[in-house]
Design a protein around this ligand. Structure first.
Ligand code: TXA
Ligand code: MG
Length: 316
């Protein structure tokens, strides 16, 4: 099929009402959206993305009132949603019966969020159903942060990509679930553990389940380029024809032309915004191997380092 890219919300809404998948912008990464209440449309998402059916989708809604139609909120979840929605936070909550098991991969919980992007909020408000949307990349590959990225990989497989420009955050949403009345972070993101703690008092972090099929975004290897990629340790031998992705400083080990920096000014927000685009760019340059610096630190660096480690694990 022909894929059209544009900014028209009514065209996106038209295809979604027809039961098709559409690329949509969010503040984190682009999503591959379909009517979450239509099992046939949802099955297309899995097919287009080549996603295993045990990996559940996030449901996107326009308002807290809509969210309450699809999930049961704990008081702690309501507090978090009041503080961070619309925004890069996904809550895993008991699902209401209207949410098909195809969306939740058979789980009795549903992941739900209100994205913070004006075009997609307008789109959601114009629909009478919520949107199930994983990141708009083939399963396991790098998430897209521009409409071009979506078209590069899913062009020909979706009728329309809603172009909302470059994603402001650049990393997928923070995912939080609730166990024994306590908040648990399942995936690190822009909303940091400290920001969550300000609302909940405390929070556990459990992002390293190596083989739990409930949340493959937590699998060790994910978000990876095709080129084998390794964490760069100064002094290690580097094969000729490799590329380097630095955090803020170039290294003398590599020719200048074979290096990119995530943030020359050492700004973690800029680095997060650039990470996936730079991984894609370096992946397209046909190097034999990629070497990437893993930043250390707190706050957003935690999420950044987490994604880099998962991308590296894939190449090893
Ligand atoms: O920022 C984001 O969250 C982006 C944009 C498009 O909203 N979406 C995204 O979706 O990253 P996806 O499918 O690539 O990642 C969703 C993650 C997966 O790791 C999935 O396993 C987990 O959420 N998930 C979904 N439902 C869940 C549930 N009921 N329990 C635990 N994990 C769940
Ligand atoms: Mg994804």
């Amino acid at each position: 099929m022909e894929t059209v890219t544009g900014t028209e919300i009514d065209i996106a809404a038209h295809w979604l009402r027809e039961g098709e998948c559409v690329g949509i912008p969010t503040e984190t990464v682009y999503g591959l959206a379909a009517n979450a209440l239509d099992v046939h449309a949802v099955s297309k998402v899995f097919k287009v993305k080549q996603r295993p059916d045990f990996d559940p989708l996030i449901v996107h809604v326009a308002s807290p009132e809509q969210a309450a139609l699809y999930a049961d909120f704990y008081p702690l979840a309501t507090q978090l949603s009041e503080r961070f929605w619309p925004g890069p936070l996904t809550l895993v909550l008991p699902r209401k019966d209207v949410v098909p098991y195809q969306v939740t991969s058979g789980l009795d919980t549903v992941a739900i969020r209100i994205p913070d992007h004006s075009l997609t909020l307008e789109l959601l408000a114009s629909l009478d159903f919520p949107l199930a949307a994983p990141s708009a990349n083939p399963f396991g590959y790098i998430s897209p942060t521009t409409a071009r990225h979506v078209n590069d990989q899913l062009g020909g497989k979706v009728p329309f990509i809603l172009d909302g420009g470059e994603c402001r955050v650049g990393l997928e949403s923070t995912i939080i679930g609730f166990e024994n009345g306590q908040a648990v972070i399942y995936r690190l993101g822009f909303i940091t553990p400290d920001m969550v703690r300000e609302v909940t008092g405390n929070v556990q972090i459990r992002t390293h389940s190596s083989s739990d099929p409930k949340a493959p975004g937590m699998l060790t290897a994910h978000y990876a380029p095709h080129t084998p990629m390794f964490a760069y340790t100064p002094g290690q031998p580097i094969p000729e024809g490799s590329g380097f992705i630095g955090f803020s400083e170039y290294t003398e080990v590599f020719p200048a032309a074979d290096q990119v920096l995530l943030s020359p000014g050492a700004d973690e927000y800029e680095a997060a915004r650039n990470l996936y685009a730079m991984l894609r760019e370096m992946d397209n340059r046909a190097y034999r191997a990629l070497y990437i610096e893993v930043p250390e630190g707190d706050g957003l660096i935690l999420a950044l380092a987490d994604r880099i480690r998962r991308a590296v694990a894939h190449g090893q």
